[in-house]
Design a protein around this ligand. Structure first.
Ligand code: WT7
Length: 648
């Protein structure tokens, strides 16, 4: 089964000549500093916070005036854009900040820190003209082009919180996020290419905007040069806004440490996505420190993270954490298999990438195509590999280690979440011995716990709920406009401890093995999708009475979406309807949420109190005849019918 981990794997020693950070050069050093970070967190974080530049020093490292809400670096002021740009100019002005590779091979751009600063300043001025002020929200709906990073940094520069919406989300999903965040400006593009196919992004934005009257200014990047409509008085071409007379510099606004830097919507266990709120000081310190230590960043590194900036991975390890360290980030617009499964390896060779960070699903899909693809490329520039997004099965881990790292590069299996802001559990390369399939040990200041239902600690090897005992600087501070949901989702099950939603176990060496989500969240190709969101999309279709969505193991995607659909009387369940339902979900959420399989059902297994028994549905969807204990089920006959339906 995908994601299942054996604990008997050999321990791989890290490579010699690796990490040169004094404190991460051996396991002993790691343990020593880890202990100090736990015993004296204020001292530890107070020191580490010096990694970023403060325009006003903080007076208090950590406080919890109203538990579970916390504050980091109170009293301090800083600007994230200044930290990612201005402060590098004296020493790194001509250094490349972003290398951009379009989906077409010959479309390449290299942007120095100086150029990036100039473009960010120009956009900041445009945002000022649109009336964006400190404390406002700006929505960004862009493909993987440099303008997405420029937009984020321009917002940060003037103190507006950005909310990036992944360009693969539908117009409906975009509208919901604009409305919830209260954004008044949208930055989007005419279109973009995916596997050579034109995606008409502006048309989707227009559809969303018809339900978002609060947006009074739209900047449109000309990317695909497809024909679009600009609405007079509201829409303007990005390139025209960036040209013209411009004072030359836009002053970064000093922001309070706890001021929101961005909102990022993610799926939970209800039908409504939550706006995870990250703050300026804590998030920047945490993403910068983890990037520096876990990826062992050096001045000459070329870092290629394949995630889309529309997800937290791109926020933290393409934009903020990387640029704040003054590193060079590679950004790729297209699909990993466009035009062929050698694409990512060609990028590694072309730009001499030294650190490569991707998701297990990408590794599995490329491994399936065979070793000949990576073998064709010179990959000797690589010195470190990383994974994120879902558990990696040891087999894929080894394929990655042998065929991409050629047996020479450590792999950092980094566990974290949108809410955590940065990596919480991961090896430190060069110090922590690796075990294929384990995210290994906690980062400094992080105290994970594996808990039982009753809140007591699980034994070694026993699976339980993964929780984090105390806050760290990068933790999300709240859910936008919904602090109640923040408390209920994360801090209620085990009072005051952060509940991750993942299952885990710890082995005899203190290594963590993440077993996957144990709430109603599915990870499809590393993307996070709430079952309730898909269910509410399905029932919004006329003719659908009820729907229940569960994950099924999938050899490439890790998990796939399996939907049981009960139809209203008079609606006929046939293959046509299945296609229509899948299209409807795509329209409501986006292509990533399309069910892999839909099964029409006459009835769903429910307890006598009417709760859907997901455990039973999961077993049926996975093709197992063993559905476990059904003594609490209202009508046990339903199972037989569902099993027969599954086999059809
Ligand atoms: C969920 C968070 C964090 C960036 C991308 C995903 C799963 C993440 C790992 C890992 C096992 C992992 C968890 C987590 N996950 N990294 N290394 N090993 N599982 O962010 O969309 O917020 O999803 O991804 O289930 O809860 P996200």
């Amino acid at each position: 089964m995908v994601g299942q981990k054996k604990q008997k794997d050999p321990v791989l020693r890290p490579q010699k000549n690796f990490s040169r950070h004094a404190y991460t050069s051996s396991l002993r050093q790691y343990r020593k500093l880890y202990r100090r970070s736990i015993k004296k967190p204020e001292e530890f974080w107070g020191e580490q916070a010096k990694l970023v530049s403060w325009s006003k020093p903080f007076s208090k490292v950590f406080s919890t005036p109203k538990k579970p809400f916390c504050k980091w670096f109170s009293g301090g002021k800083l600007n994230a854009s200044f930290n990612c740009l201005d402060r590098h100019i004296p020493s790194r002005g001509e250094k490349t900040a972003i290398i951009w590779q379009g989906e077409k091979e010959d479309e390449v751009a290299s942007i120095s820190y100086r150029e990036l600063l100039d473009r960010v300043c120009r956009l900041s001025s445009a945002l000022h003209r649109y009336g964006v002020k400190k404390g406002d929200r700006v929505c960004i709906y862009l493909p993987m082009i440099p303008e997405i990073a420029i937009s984020m940094l321009a917002c940060a520069r003037i103190g507006a919180a950005h909310t990036v919406v992944f360009a693969g989300f539908s117009s409906h999903a975009l509208a919901k996020r604009i409305q919830d965040s209260g954004a008044k400006v949208l930055i989007t593009a005419d279109g973009f290419f995916r596997r050579g196919k034109l995606i008409n992004l502006k048309a989707m934005a227009d559809e969303a905007l018809s339900q978002c009257p609060a947006i009074n200014n739209v900047a449109v990047v000309r990317r695909a040069k497809n024909k679009i409509a600009l609405k007079g008085g509201r829409d303007r071409w990005w390139h025209k806004e960036m040209a013209g007379n411009f004072p030359g510099y836009s002053k970064p606004v000093a922001m309070a440490s706890e001021a929101p830097l961005f909102l990022l919507y993610t799926s939970g266990t209800t039908g409504t996505p939550k706006g995870v709120e990250h703050t300026t000081g804590g998030y920047l310190v945490y993403s910068t420190l983890t990037a520096k230590m876990i990826f062992d960043l050096k001045e000459t590194d070329i870092f290629f993270c394949t995630a889309d900036i529309g997800w937290i991975t791109g926020h933290s390890y393409i934009v903020y954490g990387l640029l704040c360290n003054g590193a060079t980030a590679v950004m790729y617009e297209g699909a990993p298999d466009a035009p062929d499964p050698g694409r990512l390896w060609r990028i590694v060779e072309k730009f001499k990438v030294s650190i490569f960070y991707t998701a297990p699903t990408v590794i599995r899909s490329l491994a399936k195509e065979g070793e000949q693809w990576p073998r064709r490329h010179e990959l000797s520039s690589l010195r470190l590999l990383g994974t994120v997004g879902e558990p990696i099965n040891p087999e894929s881990w080894r394929w990655y280690f042998n065929n991409i790292g050629r047996g020479k590069c450590p792999i950092v299996d980094t566990w974290w979440q949108t809410e955590t802001g940065g990596i919480l559990i991961s090896p430190l390369p060069g110090a922590v011995p690796l075990k294929p399939g384990s995210a290994t040990v906690p980062f400094f200041g992080i105290e994970p716990e594996v808990l039982r239902e009753d809140g007591t600690r699980a034994k070694i090897g026993e699976e339980g709920y993964l929780a984090i005992k105390k806050p760290w600087p990068g933790i999300a501070r709240t859910i936008w406009k919904n602090p109640k949901r923040y408390i209920e989702t994360y801090f209620s099950k085990f009072k005051g401890k952060y509940l991750t939603g993942d299952g885990a176990k710890m082995d005899e060496d203190g290594y963590y093995w993440i077993t996957g989500r144990i709430d109603d969240v599915i990870k499809v190709s590393g993307h996070r999708i709430g079952t309730a969101e898909v269910e509410s999309a399905l029932v919004s279709y006329h003719g659908v009475a009820e729907a229940a969505v569960v994950p099924v193991p999938h050899p490439i995607k890790g998990e796939a979406i399996y939907a049981f659909v009960m139809l209203k009387k008079g609606t006929i369940g046939n293959d046509n309807l299945k296609v229509e339902l899948a299209e409807h979900v795509k329209k409501e959420i986006g292509a990533i949420a399309k069910p892999e399989a839909i099964q029409f059902a006459e009835g769903l297994p429910k307890t006598r109190s009417g709760k859907i028994m997901r455990r039973v549905l999961k077993a049926i969807a996975s093709g197992s005849a063993d559905v476990g204990d059904v003594s609490t089920m209202a009508d046990a006959g339903v199972v037989q019918a569902l099993l027969e339906g599954r086999n059809k």
